[in-house]
Ligand binder design. Structure first.
Ligand SMILES: [Mn+2]
Length: 339
């Protein structure tokens, strides 16, 4: 794995460049926070910077400074294609394989621009010219902080940069409680507050925006929760009909999987969400300790992620997907019961 070469990047950024910053498809708080944090930093260096998201993101991220300047590839394809074809540098943030950029995959892989990856997921693809990959990091936002710091520009972390990076670290660490949260993470968070991130306001903006329907959907998910104590496993299902009944909007199911993991004596939690439009079942897996849901997802559910948090998908029905999940648990019996 390459470590990013800061000296080369520093000289690359020493003259005005056209720069595109791209988060992964279906961007979350860390993806939007890191792209906007980097955007506010690069704008101060007088580069010509654009953030292009492959698609739309949830409404609870639509308060971040600079958010209204984000272009969306799926609805603004022409302008986004032109910009991507005519750029000097492309930063890809919070993902490490081009297929994670969804419909932007082919335009990104064809581009001759210098590519710089900043990411904390496992097993990065070798597409970039510069790779800053570190799976021990809590979030890509923590890495963007380090990146700016390594470039010697810590003083350019203004309230806008600080706010975006704080939001991404907070969401990717489950408000600083996941095992990836280190003392270094807290030191960075402290510095971001000193530099103008309003921590309590950011928390409210992200977490206190529930609609009545969203809470009803959560109630439905929790009543569907099943526990398999012999495998220290809990799982939740949500069918398309249930999503429709509660007027599902993008982001409404975010975090629901963690309720399974909050049960006493549970090591593995899963949620299976039917998506009839895409014709797939979306899967989120969470675990405690050394049990790797990244491995499980890579082996069985066409996905991956981190040791304790991974995503995946299935093209079978909801029922078949759950059956498959239950059928593979015996092969993980020792690992689950040794936690
Ligand atoms: Mn992340």
């Amino acid at each position: 794995m390459n470590k990013v070469n800061i000296t080369d990047i520093k000289s690359l950024l020493s003259s005005k460049k056209k720069i595109i910053i791209v988060p992964h498809k279906n961007p979350d708080g860390d993806a939007i926070g890191s792209t906007l944090g980097l955007y506010h930093y690069l704008c101060q260096l007088n580069h010509d910077v654009k953030v292009i998201s492959p698609n739309e993101y949830p409404h609870f991220l639509k308060w971040m400074p600079g958010e209204n300047s984000i272009l969306k590839y799926d609805t603004q394809t022409e302008v986004c294609s032109t910009l991507t074809q005519d750029t000097d540098i492309i930063f890809t943030l919070d993902f490490n394989a081009l297929h994670r950029a969804g419909n932007m995959e082919s335009i990104l892989s064809k581009s001759e621009a210098i590519k710089i990856m900043i990411d904390h997921h496992q097993a990065p693809d070798p597409y970039p010219n510069f790779t800053y990959s570190d799976v021990s990091m809590s979030s890509t936002c923590e890495m963007v902080y380090n990146f700016i710091d390594m470039l010697g520009d810590n003083e350019l972390i203004n309230p806008d940069v600080a706010t975006c990076l704080y939001a991404g670290i907070m969401t990717d660490t489950g408000s600083f409680r996941f095992p990836c949260t280190t003392s270094k993470t807290h030191r960075i968070i402290a510095d971001l507050i000193d530099k103008g991130a309003k921590n309590s306001e950011i928390h409210n903006n992200i977490y206190d925006t529930n609609s009545y329907q969203k809470l009803q959907l959560l109630g439905c998910a929790l009543s569907n929760l099943k526990v398999l104590p012999e495998y220290k496993t809990a799982y939740i299902t949500l069918s398309q009909d249930e999503l429709n009944k509660f007027d599902y909007k993008k982001g409404d199911t975010e975090g629901i999987v963690n309720y399974g993991l909050s049960l006493n004596n549970i090591v593995l939690a899963a949620i299976f969400i039917e998506d009839k439009q895409e014709g797939i079942i979306k899967i989120s897996l969470r675990s405690k300790g050394d049990f790797s849901v990244n491995d499980m997802s890579r082996s069985y559910f066409n996905g991956g992620g981190h040791i304790n948090a991974a995503g995946g998908r299935s093209e079978s029905t909801l029922e078949e997907t759950v059956e498959k999940f239950i059928s593979i648990l015996p092969s993980y019996n020792n690992a689950l019961n040794n936690e």
